[in-house]
Design a protein. Structure first.
Ligand code: AHR
Length: 323
Protein backbone atom coordinates (compact mmCIF):
# COMPACT_ATOMS: atom_id res chain seq x y z
CA UNK A 1 0.00 0.00 0.00
CA UNK A 2 1.28 3.47 -0.91
CA UNK A 3 2.28 5.75 2.05
CA UNK A 4 0.18 8.85 2.68
CA UNK A 5 2.19 12.00 1.85
CA UNK A 6 2.25 13.25 5.51
CA UNK A 7 3.60 9.91 6.72
CA UNK A 8 6.38 10.13 4.21
CA UNK A 9 7.24 13.66 5.42
CA UNK A 10 7.36 12.55 9.09
CA UNK A 11 9.56 9.61 8.16
CA UNK A 12 11.85 11.92 6.17
CA UNK A 13 12.19 14.43 9.01
CA UNK A 14 12.88 11.65 11.52
CA UNK A 15 15.60 10.29 9.23
CA UNK A 16 17.15 13.75 8.88
CA UNK A 17 17.18 14.26 12.64
CA UNK A 18 18.89 10.90 13.08
CA UNK A 19 21.51 11.78 10.48
CA UNK A 20 22.14 15.15 12.14
CA UNK A 21 22.45 13.45 15.52
CA UNK A 22 24.98 10.97 14.12
CA UNK A 23 26.95 13.62 12.27
CA UNK A 24 26.77 16.30 14.98
CA UNK A 25 27.13 14.15 18.09
CA UNK A 26 30.36 14.63 20.03
CA UNK A 27 31.07 17.98 18.39
CA UNK A 28 31.72 16.77 14.89
CA UNK A 29 29.88 17.49 11.70
CA UNK A 30 30.54 17.32 8.00
CA UNK A 31 32.29 13.95 8.16
CA UNK A 32 34.07 14.16 11.51
CA UNK A 33 35.69 17.61 11.50
CA UNK A 34 36.54 19.08 14.89
CA UNK A 35 34.04 21.89 15.49
CA UNK A 36 34.98 25.13 17.27
CA UNK A 37 32.40 27.74 18.23
CA UNK A 38 34.09 31.15 18.49
CA UNK A 39 32.26 34.17 19.94
CA UNK A 40 34.17 37.30 18.91
CA UNK A 41 33.84 40.71 20.62
CA UNK A 42 33.05 42.67 17.45
CA UNK A 43 34.89 44.58 14.76
CA UNK A 44 35.71 47.67 16.79
CA UNK A 45 39.36 48.12 15.87
CA UNK A 46 42.16 47.30 13.46
CA UNK A 47 43.50 44.95 16.13
CA UNK A 48 40.20 43.07 16.18
CA UNK A 49 40.10 42.76 12.40
CA UNK A 50 43.59 41.22 12.46
CA UNK A 51 42.59 38.90 15.31
CA UNK A 52 39.49 37.66 13.46
CA UNK A 53 41.49 37.06 10.28
CA UNK A 54 44.13 35.12 12.22
CA UNK A 55 41.48 32.91 13.84
CA UNK A 56 39.61 32.23 10.60
CA UNK A 57 42.75 31.47 8.59
CA UNK A 58 44.29 29.30 11.31
CA UNK A 59 41.09 27.25 11.74
CA UNK A 60 41.07 26.56 8.02
CA UNK A 61 44.75 25.61 7.99
CA UNK A 62 44.26 23.31 10.99
CA UNK A 63 41.22 21.57 9.44
CA UNK A 64 38.96 22.82 12.24
CA UNK A 65 35.36 23.61 11.38
CA UNK A 66 34.78 27.15 12.69
CA UNK A 67 31.41 28.52 13.71
CA UNK A 68 32.02 32.25 14.12
CA UNK A 69 29.86 35.01 15.59
CA UNK A 70 30.37 38.76 16.04
CA UNK A 71 28.82 40.16 19.25
CA UNK A 72 29.03 43.80 18.20
CA UNK A 73 30.56 44.66 21.60
CA UNK A 74 27.45 43.43 23.45
CA UNK A 75 27.72 40.83 26.22
CA UNK A 76 24.15 39.59 25.69
CA UNK A 77 24.98 38.73 22.08
CA UNK A 78 28.05 36.77 23.17
CA UNK A 79 26.04 34.85 25.78
CA UNK A 80 23.41 34.00 23.12
CA UNK A 81 26.17 32.82 20.74
CA UNK A 82 27.72 30.58 23.42
CA UNK A 83 24.30 29.09 24.22
CA UNK A 84 23.76 28.39 20.55
CA UNK A 85 27.16 26.62 20.34
CA UNK A 86 26.17 24.50 23.36
CA UNK A 87 22.90 23.55 21.61
CA UNK A 88 24.82 22.70 18.45
CA UNK A 89 27.10 20.44 20.52
CA UNK A 90 30.35 21.90 19.21
CA UNK A 91 33.46 20.15 20.50
CA UNK A 92 35.15 23.30 21.92
CA UNK A 93 34.01 26.88 22.62
CA UNK A 94 36.41 29.81 22.57
CA UNK A 95 35.61 33.44 23.15
CA UNK A 96 37.08 36.83 23.85
CA UNK A 97 34.81 38.24 26.60
CA UNK A 98 33.53 41.77 25.93
CA UNK A 99 33.63 42.52 29.66
CA UNK A 100 35.16 40.70 32.64
CA UNK A 101 32.06 40.06 34.80
CA UNK A 102 28.83 38.12 34.44
CA UNK A 103 29.93 34.87 32.79
CA UNK A 104 29.44 32.24 35.48
CA UNK A 105 25.95 31.11 34.46
CA UNK A 106 26.71 30.46 30.80
CA UNK A 107 30.12 28.96 31.61
CA UNK A 108 28.42 26.53 34.01
CA UNK A 109 26.01 25.59 31.20
CA UNK A 110 28.97 24.75 28.95
CA UNK A 111 30.61 22.74 31.73
CA UNK A 112 27.41 20.79 32.37
CA UNK A 113 27.23 20.02 28.64
CA UNK A 114 30.85 18.79 28.82
CA UNK A 115 32.10 21.36 26.32
CA UNK A 116 35.54 22.79 27.20
CA UNK A 117 35.92 26.57 27.01
CA UNK A 118 39.06 28.52 26.08
CA UNK A 119 39.37 32.24 26.82
CA UNK A 120 41.31 34.19 24.23
CA UNK A 121 42.57 37.76 24.38
CA UNK A 122 40.42 38.91 27.33
CA UNK A 123 39.90 37.30 30.73
CA UNK A 124 36.85 36.84 32.96
CA UNK A 125 36.73 37.50 36.71
CA UNK A 126 35.01 34.20 37.65
CA UNK A 127 36.26 32.87 40.98
CA UNK A 128 35.74 29.28 39.75
CA UNK A 129 38.72 28.64 37.47
CA UNK A 130 37.35 25.20 36.51
CA UNK A 131 34.77 26.94 34.31
CA UNK A 132 37.38 27.30 31.56
CA UNK A 133 40.44 25.31 30.49
CA UNK A 134 42.92 28.06 29.77
CA UNK A 135 43.50 31.70 28.87
CA UNK A 136 45.54 32.71 25.82
CA UNK A 137 46.43 36.38 25.41
CA UNK A 138 48.38 39.38 26.65
CA UNK A 139 49.35 40.75 30.03
CA UNK A 140 47.34 43.99 29.85
CA UNK A 141 48.66 45.30 33.19
CA UNK A 142 52.20 44.99 31.83
CA UNK A 143 51.13 46.90 28.71
CA UNK A 144 49.79 49.76 30.85
CA UNK A 145 53.02 49.75 32.87
CA UNK A 146 55.10 50.00 29.69
CA UNK A 147 53.09 53.07 28.64
CA UNK A 148 53.63 54.61 32.10
CA UNK A 149 57.35 53.84 32.03
CA UNK A 150 57.71 55.52 28.64
CA UNK A 151 55.94 58.59 30.03
CA UNK A 152 58.08 58.68 33.18
CA UNK A 153 61.23 58.60 31.02
CA UNK A 154 60.00 61.07 28.41
CA UNK A 155 58.96 63.63 31.04
CA UNK A 156 61.64 62.69 33.59
CA UNK A 157 63.28 66.11 33.58
CA UNK A 158 60.05 68.14 33.18
CA UNK A 159 59.46 70.73 35.86
CA UNK A 160 55.89 71.46 36.86
CA UNK A 161 52.80 69.30 36.40
CA UNK A 162 52.39 67.00 33.41
CA UNK A 163 48.69 66.99 32.41
CA UNK A 164 47.55 63.67 31.01
CA UNK A 165 44.25 62.76 29.35
CA UNK A 166 43.30 59.11 29.09
CA UNK A 167 41.09 57.42 26.51
CA UNK A 168 39.90 54.21 28.12
CA UNK A 169 38.79 51.10 26.30
CA UNK A 170 35.35 49.51 26.66
CA UNK A 171 34.08 50.03 30.21
CA UNK A 172 34.40 46.83 32.25
CA UNK A 173 36.66 45.06 29.75
CA UNK A 174 39.90 43.43 30.91
CA UNK A 175 42.16 45.56 28.69
CA UNK A 176 40.52 48.80 29.88
CA UNK A 177 40.71 47.80 33.56
CA UNK A 178 44.24 46.45 33.39
CA UNK A 179 45.83 49.06 31.13
CA UNK A 180 44.42 51.77 33.37
CA UNK A 181 45.80 50.07 36.46
CA UNK A 182 49.26 49.33 35.05
CA UNK A 183 49.69 52.93 33.90
CA UNK A 184 48.33 54.41 37.16
CA UNK A 185 50.63 52.21 39.27
CA UNK A 186 53.73 53.53 37.48
CA UNK A 187 52.85 57.23 37.36
CA UNK A 188 51.75 57.21 41.02
CA UNK A 189 55.43 57.31 42.00
CA UNK A 190 55.68 60.96 40.91
CA UNK A 191 53.01 63.50 41.93
CA UNK A 192 53.79 65.76 38.96
CA UNK A 193 51.91 63.31 36.72
CA UNK A 194 48.25 64.27 36.81
CA UNK A 195 45.49 62.47 34.92
CA UNK A 196 43.20 65.47 34.39
CA UNK A 197 40.52 63.64 32.38
CA UNK A 198 39.77 59.97 31.73
CA UNK A 199 36.83 58.63 29.75
CA UNK A 200 35.91 55.67 27.58
CA UNK A 201 36.38 55.90 23.84
CA UNK A 202 35.07 52.32 23.46
CA UNK A 203 38.18 51.22 21.55
CA UNK A 204 36.87 52.88 18.35
CA UNK A 205 38.32 55.59 16.15
CA UNK A 206 35.04 57.55 16.00
CA UNK A 207 34.55 57.63 19.76
CA UNK A 208 38.24 58.39 20.35
CA UNK A 209 37.87 61.45 18.15
CA UNK A 210 34.64 62.56 19.83
CA UNK A 211 35.98 62.24 23.38
CA UNK A 212 39.28 63.95 22.48
CA UNK A 213 37.29 66.87 21.04
CA UNK A 214 35.56 67.19 24.40
CA UNK A 215 38.87 66.95 26.30
CA UNK A 216 40.35 69.71 24.14
CA UNK A 217 37.39 71.96 24.94
CA UNK A 218 37.32 71.26 28.67
CA UNK A 219 41.04 71.11 29.51
CA UNK A 220 43.14 74.28 29.47
CA UNK A 221 46.42 72.30 29.26
CA UNK A 222 47.02 68.82 27.82
CA UNK A 223 50.61 67.56 27.63
CA UNK A 224 50.00 63.86 27.00
CA UNK A 225 47.33 61.55 25.63
CA UNK A 226 47.37 57.95 26.85
CA UNK A 227 45.06 55.90 24.61
CA UNK A 228 44.23 52.31 25.55
CA UNK A 229 44.36 51.39 21.86
CA UNK A 230 45.66 52.69 18.55
CA UNK A 231 42.26 53.29 16.97
CA UNK A 232 41.28 55.77 19.66
CA UNK A 233 44.70 57.47 19.32
CA UNK A 234 44.19 57.76 15.56
CA UNK A 235 40.73 59.28 16.07
CA UNK A 236 42.18 61.66 18.66
CA UNK A 237 44.88 62.80 16.21
CA UNK A 238 42.11 64.02 13.90
CA UNK A 239 40.57 65.99 16.77
CA UNK A 240 43.95 67.48 17.80
CA UNK A 241 44.73 68.59 14.25
CA UNK A 242 41.23 70.05 13.84
CA UNK A 243 41.86 72.08 17.01
CA UNK A 244 44.98 73.58 15.39
CA UNK A 245 47.49 71.65 17.53
CA UNK A 246 50.29 69.36 16.41
CA UNK A 247 49.94 65.71 17.56
CA UNK A 248 53.25 64.26 18.75
CA UNK A 249 54.61 67.75 19.58
CA UNK A 250 52.02 69.95 21.32
CA UNK A 251 50.42 66.84 22.76
CA UNK A 252 52.56 63.71 23.10
CA UNK A 253 50.76 60.44 22.45
CA UNK A 254 51.31 56.90 23.74
CA UNK A 255 48.97 54.08 22.71
CA UNK A 256 48.67 50.29 22.73
CA UNK A 257 48.36 47.68 19.92
CA UNK A 258 50.86 48.29 17.10
CA UNK A 259 48.57 48.22 14.07
CA UNK A 260 50.02 49.42 10.77
CA UNK A 261 48.20 52.80 10.77
CA UNK A 262 49.55 53.62 14.22
CA UNK A 263 53.09 52.57 13.31
CA UNK A 264 52.79 54.85 10.26
CA UNK A 265 51.63 57.71 12.51
CA UNK A 266 54.60 56.98 14.78
CA UNK A 267 56.97 57.00 11.79
CA UNK A 268 55.39 60.33 10.76
CA UNK A 269 55.92 61.79 14.26
CA UNK A 270 52.23 62.06 15.16
CA UNK A 271 52.38 59.34 17.83
CA UNK A 272 55.40 59.13 20.16
CA UNK A 273 55.33 55.57 21.48
CA UNK A 274 53.35 52.37 20.86
CA UNK A 275 53.17 49.38 23.20
CA UNK A 276 52.50 46.19 21.27
CA UNK A 277 49.54 43.87 21.86
CA UNK A 278 49.67 40.83 19.59
CA UNK A 279 46.39 39.94 17.79
CA UNK A 280 47.78 36.94 15.88
CA UNK A 281 46.45 34.36 18.32
CA UNK A 282 44.98 31.96 15.74
CA UNK A 283 47.77 29.34 15.41
CA UNK A 284 48.24 28.95 19.19
CA UNK A 285 44.49 28.85 19.71
CA UNK A 286 44.02 26.01 17.20
CA UNK A 287 46.76 23.97 18.93
CA UNK A 288 44.96 24.45 22.24
CA UNK A 289 41.60 23.54 20.68
CA UNK A 290 43.05 20.23 19.45
CA UNK A 291 44.60 19.52 22.83
CA UNK A 292 41.52 20.21 24.95
CA UNK A 293 39.33 18.31 22.47
CA UNK A 294 41.64 15.33 22.97
CA UNK A 295 41.37 15.69 26.74
CA UNK A 296 45.01 16.74 27.15
CA UNK A 297 46.15 18.97 30.00
CA UNK A 298 47.05 22.55 29.00
CA UNK A 299 48.66 25.34 31.06
CA UNK A 300 46.08 27.54 32.82
CA UNK A 301 47.49 30.75 31.29
CA UNK A 302 49.54 31.33 28.14
CA UNK A 303 50.85 34.84 27.48
CA UNK A 304 51.97 36.15 24.12
CA UNK A 305 55.35 37.82 23.64
CA UNK A 306 55.21 41.50 22.79
CA UNK A 307 57.48 44.44 22.17
CA UNK A 308 57.35 48.27 22.08
CA UNK A 309 57.93 50.72 19.26
CA UNK A 310 59.72 54.04 19.15
CA UNK A 311 59.97 55.92 15.86
CA UNK A 312 63.00 54.00 14.56
CA UNK A 313 61.45 50.63 15.44
CA UNK A 314 58.19 51.61 13.72
CA UNK A 315 60.02 52.57 10.53
CA UNK A 316 61.90 49.27 10.58
CA UNK A 317 58.76 47.20 11.24
CA UNK A 318 56.42 48.85 8.72
CA UNK A 319 57.52 47.04 5.53
CA UNK A 320 56.74 43.61 7.05
CA UNK A 321 53.75 44.55 9.21
CA UNK A 322 50.90 42.16 8.38
CA UNK A 323 48.07 44.21 9.85
O1 AHR B 1 41.32 43.10 23.83
C1 AHR B 1 42.28 43.67 23.02
C2 AHR B 1 41.88 45.05 22.69
O2 AHR B 1 40.62 45.06 22.08
C3 AHR B 1 42.78 45.78 21.70
O3 AHR B 1 43.80 46.49 22.29
C4 AHR B 1 41.81 46.73 21.10
O4 AHR B 1 42.27 47.36 19.96
C5 AHR B 1 40.65 45.85 20.92
O5 AHR B 1 39.50 46.44 20.60
Amino acid sequence: MARKPWTAIVAGVAGLLLLTACGGGGGTSGGGALTLGFAQVGAESGWRTANTKSIQESAKAAGIELKFSDAQQKQENQIAAIRSYIQQKVKVIAFSPVVESGWDTVLKEAKTANIPVILTDRAVDSADKTLYKTFLGSDFVAEGKKAGEWLAKEFGSATGDVSIVELQGTTGSAPANDRKKGFADVIASNPKFKVVASQTGEFTRAKGKEVMEAFLKSQPKIDVLYAHNDDMALGAIEAIEAAGKVPGKDIKIVSVDGVRDALQALADGKINHVVECNPLLGPQLMDLVKKVAAGEQVPPRIETTETEFDQAAAKAALPQRQY
